[in-house]
Design a protein around this ligand. Structure first.
Ligand SMILES: Cc1cc2nc3c(=O)[nH]c(=O)nc-3n(C[C@H](O)[C@H](O)[C@H](O)COP(=O)(O)OP(=O)(O)OC[C@H]3O[C@@H](n4cnc5c(N)ncnc54)[C@H](O)[C@@H]3O)c2cc1C
Length: 446
């Protein structure tokens, strides 16, 4: 078998999930992915895929076979006419963006993390920000999927469309995605502007605010009445000298948050005070132009825990208003800002953006017990406002909570039953999220 195997244990990036699978395989090439699936079948064990482990929950955990895809990398082909790129699923998003930039192409919109694999990002509904731009799943025009019987399915909108659309947000429950074809655009630069505004003003016309730039986000420290706003608009202007320095400003801010989180543990007043004290002057120009992927992503070395919900865009302002009070009542603050992003709807059945323009509300906390409690506060509020949790972030939702939030839940379950009738890819955590294979109606009704 052209795959290296080991019995070592596995843990995710944030240290919140661990397992000691019977085997960890690191296959390279589609044939090795097929071999991995057939090996698991021979030994009668379950399989979970893992990318770089940047999901905050137990998604990749298994006591069976863990297929680590981080060596299954590289561009398979580029179609310059389309334009599109086909890439192996273990390729890191940042490596793909860099390779595309070198040939004058780009993905239209990406999230903030360059290190994750494209397969892991796709499986969990990864998104950036921008009301005219859907999540990563919306950029996929084809993919190849190795299912539980070892078959390789070449999927697109014409060939087995039901499985194709389900596999664009699969939570790893349909098989191993071998390669993905992404629609691209010509490489572009973004002009970044940073400003602040009263939270109330932004919330009064939230959809107007959301549409006021190609890409827009809001960072909000809940003890402050003002929010930080970052807009990113496409421009023909060249990169600003020293622009790349600004890429590290959010990294520096995150490092300060990490320090604040540890130092301010257990005190309701320490976090705002320390946060003010550590507000350093930032290097580089305040407004600048840079190539798109360097604007969208930034290095994120600080280990933390994040929870994010996808809300109907028009319910996001009320959710944020309610959150202000709920976080104040919690008696403790996270040193990290609440991050609000926006996006267009999507048509993949398990996409958190399915069928609606979306406001994404993210809270990051330090890895300490009191801070983790804050996640429950925000989850409660987000759920009450129609939120769907990010599949790759921390949350407590089960199939009973999730099924009614996804109008095409049963369509996904039908495909799951068809390609994985024995539940080979149904790890304990995936069963908690999706219910057992073959029980779609039960999950919806319960
Ligand atoms: C610092 C940080 C920043 C982040 N920023 C964003 C952001 O801006 N926007 C956003 O939406 N999310 C963001 N996330 C969440 C992140 O995008 C997801 O957790 C994503 O799944 C991470 O990819 P990964 O390669 O680490 O996947 P893993 O966490 O390793 O795997 C996630 C799941 O994907 C499935 N999977 C992985 N590869 C395959 C494959 N080839 N075939 C089938 N299934 C597969 C498996 O079931 C696996 O369990 C961030 C996370 C972190 C830690």
């Amino acid at each position: 078998m052209s795959a290296s195997a080991s019995r070592t244990s596995w843990r995710n990036w944030s240290g919140t999930a661990r397992c000691t699978p019977q085997r960890i395989l690191r296959p390279v090439g589609e044939a090795a992915l097929v071999d991995a699936v057939l090996m698991a079948r021979r030994f009668g064990v379950g399989i979970r895929a893992a990318g770089t482990g940047h999901s905050f929950n137990q998604l990749a955990v298994t006591d069976g076979l863990l297929v680590d895809l981080t060596r299954h990398t590289g561009i398979v082909s580029v179609d310059r006419a389309a334009p599109s790129v086909t890439v192996r699923s273990g390729t890191r998003l940042g490596d793909l963006a860099t390779a595309l930039r070198r040939i004058g192409l780009a993905l239209p919109n990406i999230g903030t993390l360059a290190e994750q694999t494209v397969g892991g990002a796709l499986a969990t509904g990864n998104h950036g920000t921008g009301l005219s731009f859907g999540p990563l799943s919306g950029m996929v025009t084809a993919l190849r999927l190795v299912t539980a019987d070892g078959a390789v399915h070449a999927l697109d909108a014409e060939h087995d469309p039901a499985l194709f659309h389900a596999a664009r947000t699969s939570v790893g429950a349909l098989g191993l995605v071998s390669s993905i074809t992404f629609r691209c655009v010509p490489a572009f630069n973004l002009e970044v502007r940073e400003s602040s505004a009263p939270l109330d003003t932004v919330l009064k016309d939230f959809s107007g605010w959301a549409a006021s730039a190609d890409h827009i986000s809001m960072s909000w420290l809940p003890w402050k009445p003002e929010v930080g706003i970052r807009t990113m608009d496409r421009t023909d202007a060249p990169p600003t000298p020293r622009a790349r320095l600004r890429r590290y400003t959010t990294t520096v801010q995150e490092l300060c948050c990490g320090v604040t989180g540890v130092a301010g543990r257990g005190s309701s007043t320490a976090v705002p005070l320390l946060s003010r004290a550590l507000a350093l002057p930032l290097p580089g120009p305040a407004d600048y132009v840079d190539v798109s992927d360097q604007v969208f992503t930034f290095p994120q070395p600080v280990k933390q825990i994040a929870l994010e919900h996808a809300l109907p865009l028009d319910r996001t302002p009320d959710a944020l208003r309610e959150l202000t009070g709920a976080l104040k009542r919690a008696g403790q603050y996270s040193p990290y800002s609440v991050l609000v992003r926006v996006g267009a709807g999507d048509d993949s059945p398990l996409s958190p953006a399915y069928g609606r323009d979306t406001g994404y509300v993210n809270l990051t906390v330090s890895r300490s017990p009191g801070q983790v409690e804050l996640l429950r506060v925000i989850e409660h509020v987000m759920r009450a406002h129609g939120g769907r949790p990010h599949w790759g972030k921390a949350h407590t939702a089960t199939a009973e909570v999730l099924a009614p939030r996804y109008p095409r839940w049963a369509d996904f379950q039908r495909e799951r039953s068809r390609v994985d009738p024995d539940g080979v890819f149904a790890g304990d955590y995936a069963v908690r999220l999706l219910g057992p294979v073959g029980a779609p109606e039960r999950a919806v009704v319960a």
